[in-house]
Design a protein around this ligand. Structure first.
Ligand code: PEP
Ligand code: MN
Length: 339
């Protein structure tokens, strides 16, 4: 059960509610986010919840039988809009494209990418500076100095950035140079990192784990929300299966399932979801038809020279075509569902 409290609730009113919940054998956690105050109560609800709903200081009350609570669509029917700026947001309405290289490499690359993104009306650039690599001998990223350069150039051109944070200690270092924190697939269940991201007031995009279930992704989001941060974006990026024909199996089913289970925006990552350049477009368009709110795509001016993930990066020509087709598909799907 989720009880949303009035922001100005008195101490006594809150004590009265907590006492009644305890009397009813419910275990309750108070969650104060940047937006609201909630009481999340776990246990057997065999009474009329209006008994609590009518108490002083209660704004709203919902019975949520999902195991995750605050990220569930059962209490918040309206989709969440994660706002980055007055005309830059993710979710709710409109299709968000995040594009850029797998790894930030150098200043020249960022400048060329920013020009390309602006030409194509893309407002969010992706680029890793701390790279989780399967082999310790692979390129590990340009680090914090590279992030400052990346953010500086993008910020000067009005482009927002998303980049991966790998450990709680990096959050403070990165905070002034980031617009969206990305939690990578390998860190999807790093609960210390998720707890720490609950304390920040910038958006967090959580990728599904390599072998993570949909519920596990939602639990990870619940960590961030219950830590205090409501600005969460979910990302389906493919899972590991027995199939060897491609790097990962993009789970198309996850898109409508996540949209149904949660009020949070859902982004698709067809680059990591397939691992192969020629599969990105068909899978991206399918993901849009399945209801995605946006896509994150790896692009590189010269994919064959990319420091990482060149095999799944589109060149500028291919990317331009993809952006057009994704936007057309999104509009087509909107028209279809309006009828
Ligand atoms: C990435 O976005 O570059 C990345 C490493 O993604 P994932 O965590 O999905 O593998
Ligand atoms: Mn990558």
């Amino acid at each position: 059960m989720i009880i949303q409290l009035e922001k100005n609730i008195s101490r006594q009113a809150k004590i009265n509610i907590l006492d009644l919940l305890a009397e009813k054998q419910l275990k309750t956690k108070e969650v104060a986010t940047q937006v609201s105050i909630y009481l999340v109560s776990i246990g057997m609800i065999n009474f009329d919840i209006r008994e609590i709903g009518n108490m002083d200081g209660v704004k709203d009350i919902h019975k949520v039988d999902d195991n995750y609570k605050l990220v569930s669509s059962k209490w918040k029917v309206k989709p969440t809009k994660v706002v980055l700026d007055k005309d830059v947001y993710v979710g709710s309405n409109g299709f968000s494209i995040m594009a850029g290289p797998c790894s930030v490499e150098n200043e020249n690359q960022v400048h060329q990418m920013v020009d390309f993104l602006k030409e194509n009306d893309i407002k969010i650039m992706r680029g890793g500076v701390f790279k989780p690599r399967s082999s310790p001998y692979s390129f590990r990223g340009v680090g914090i100095e590279g992030l400052k350069m990346f953010y500086g150039i993008c910020n000067a051109h009005g482009i927002k950035i998303i980049t991966e944070v790998m450990e709680p200690e990096q959050i403070d270092l990165m905070y002034d140079y980031i617009d969206i924190f990305q939690v990578g697939a390998r860190n999807s269940q790093n609960f210390n990192l998720l707890d720490a991201l609950g304390k920040v007031d910038k958006p967090v995009m959580i990728k599904r784990g390599l072998s993570g279930t949909i519920d596990e992704l939602l639990y990870s989001a619940e960590y961030v929300f219950s830590g205090g941060n409501e600005k969460i974006i979910l990302c389906e990026r493919g899972i590991r299966t027995y199939e060897k024909a491609y790097r990962n199996t993009f789970d198309i089913n996850a898109v409508p399932v996540l949209k149904e289970k949660s009020h949070l925006p859902v982004i698709i990552d067809p680059s990591h979801g397939t691992g192969a350049r020629h599969l990105i477009e068909p899978v991206a368009l399918a993901g849009i038809m399945a209801g995605a709110d946006g896509a994150i795509v790896e692009i590189h001016k010269q994919p064959e020279k990319a420091m990482s993930d060149g095999q799944q990066s589109l060149d500028f020509y291919e990317a331009k075509i993809l952006f057009e087709r994704m936007r057309k598909t999104y509009s087509f799907n909107k028209r279809l569902s309006a009828n």
